[in-house]
Design a protein around this ligand. Structure first.
Ligand code: ADP
Ligand code: MG
Length: 168
């Protein structure tokens, strides 16, 4: 049989990384904040550090419920405040850590959390109260600030998000 040359069309897809401008929005219920977290989850790629700042009750854990459930790493109701056991670990396609530094007083306490291990693998690490320590990492870092804006309203600002854009 004669060899037949099949013509193939290859589609080159290149991915470009784009740093998003600071995004600010207001949510008016915890459900809306969870929904925002789910949206955000679609834009996160490990390794990434997500720092959540804001007063008590501003919605850091609520937003985390959305992020972790949106990543498919756990059900929303299984994401609770890690205030007492400090680090929660979830598994999906990548490891997801949820850490609360609120009650972490000293550097040895911080070391005992095993954050360094978390940061040595390709993970998604979500940290509440990051301002309690200076965290040094060369990981891409998304900074999220939540503020009370009266009643059930919360102002949320997100900076440092890097998203992948597919160019065909
Ligand atoms: P934090 O982790 O910042 O201390 P939580 O997420 O644990 O805060 O608690 C936020 C509280 O505020 C919850 O009781 C939640 O139901 C309530 N809440 C009311 N409105 C909102 C909102 N728009 N976004 C997030 N939480 C809200
Ligand atoms: Mg919390």
């Amino acid at each position: 049989m004669k060899p037949v040359l099949l013509e193939t069309q290859t589609q080159a897809i290149s991915i470009r990384l784009v740093k998003m401008p600071v995004q600010e929005f207001v949510t008016n219920s915890s459900e809306e904040t969870v929904a925002k977290g789910r949206e955000l989850a679609q834009q996160l790629r490990a390794p990434v550090l997500v720092l959540l700042s804001g007063d008590l009750g501003s919605g850091k854990t609520t937003l985390t419920k959305g992020i972790i459930s949106g990543l498919g790493a756990a059900k929303e109701e299984d994401v609770t405040s890690p205030t007492f056991n400090l680090v929660h670990e979830f598994h999906n396609h990548s490891k997801v850590y949820h850490v609360d530094l609120y009650r972490v007083e000293t550097f040895p306490d911080l070391e005992s959390l095993g954050l360094e291990d978390a940061l040595s693998e390709k993970a998604i690490v979500i940290i509440e109260w990051p301002e309690r320590f200076t965290l040094r990492t060369d990981w891409p870092t998304v900074e999220i600030r939540l503020n009370h804006a009266g009643g059930d309203s919360r102002r949320i600002s997100i900076s440092g998000l890097i998203v992948e854009i597919e160019l065909k």
